[in-house]
Ligand binder design. Structure first.
Ligand code: IMP
Ligand code: MG
Length: 182
């Protein structure tokens, strides 16, 4: 697999992101909402670098139904904390077309928060299909399908400590393994 961002680069990026978040919110209470499941790594690493009074919640959104082509976007807000009157920062793994963030922002705005901002680990250059841009972008990356550090391909590879690009051999091995599982 081709490594795009190694552990050290990721750690440095998350530290920069945490500094930007501190700059913006200061000591104000903040609610961080991680978009499941892709943001788990970023969520865990980021919140440990923040010291303001912090609430952590999750919301489930899935647009890719496993593979590399997007399907219908599903949002499940049943695990979400009450955000009325609160400053909310949504965090996600990647801003691709941007449709997931737009839909989530709209949903959250309808819940009367004090403010809603968005942060992502990755932004795929040139792939956006919406006007909106995240308030915080940790890394800009080229238009390639990436996995690791929370990002999946068919629900696998989220546990990789780096962000990488699956190569043809990786895909072939993946297909064979999946066939064997059936
Ligand atoms: P968007 O709605 O097109 O911005 O897509 C955002 C969602 O698609 C992310 O939360 C990811 O789950 C998924 N996604 C987009 N690009 C990639 C990728 O390169 N690898 C893995 N997942 C991706
Ligand atoms: Mg996702």
């Amino acid at each position: 697999m081709k490594v795009l961002l190694n552990e050290q680069q990721l750690a440095n990026g998350v530290r920069r992101l945490a500094d930007d978040v501190k700059q913006t919110y200061g000591d104000q209470p903040l609610t961080i909402l991680g978009v499941m499941t892709g943001s788990v790594m970023l969520l865990a690493d980021l919140v440990r670098l923040l010291a303001m009074p912090l609430r952590v919640g999750v919301v489930q959104a899935s647009s890719y139904r496993g593979g590399m082509t997007p399907g219908q976007l599903h949002v499940d807000s049943r695990l979400m904390p009450d955000i009325a009157g609160r400053d909310v920062l949504i965090i996600d793994d990647i801003f691709d077309t941007g449709r997931t963030m737009v839909k989530l922002s709209e949903l959250l705005h309808s819940m009367q928060p004090r403010s809603v901002r968005t942060a992502v680990l990755l932004l795929k250059d040139g792939c956006q299909k919406v006007e909106m841009r995240p308030d915080f972008v940790t890394f800009n990356i080229p238009d390639e399908f990436v996995v690791g550090y929370g990002l999946d391909y068919e629900d696998e590879y989220r546990n990789l400590p780096y962000v990488g690009v699956l190569e043809e051999e990786d895909l072939q091995r993946h297909r064979l393994r999946r066939q064997a599982e059936r």
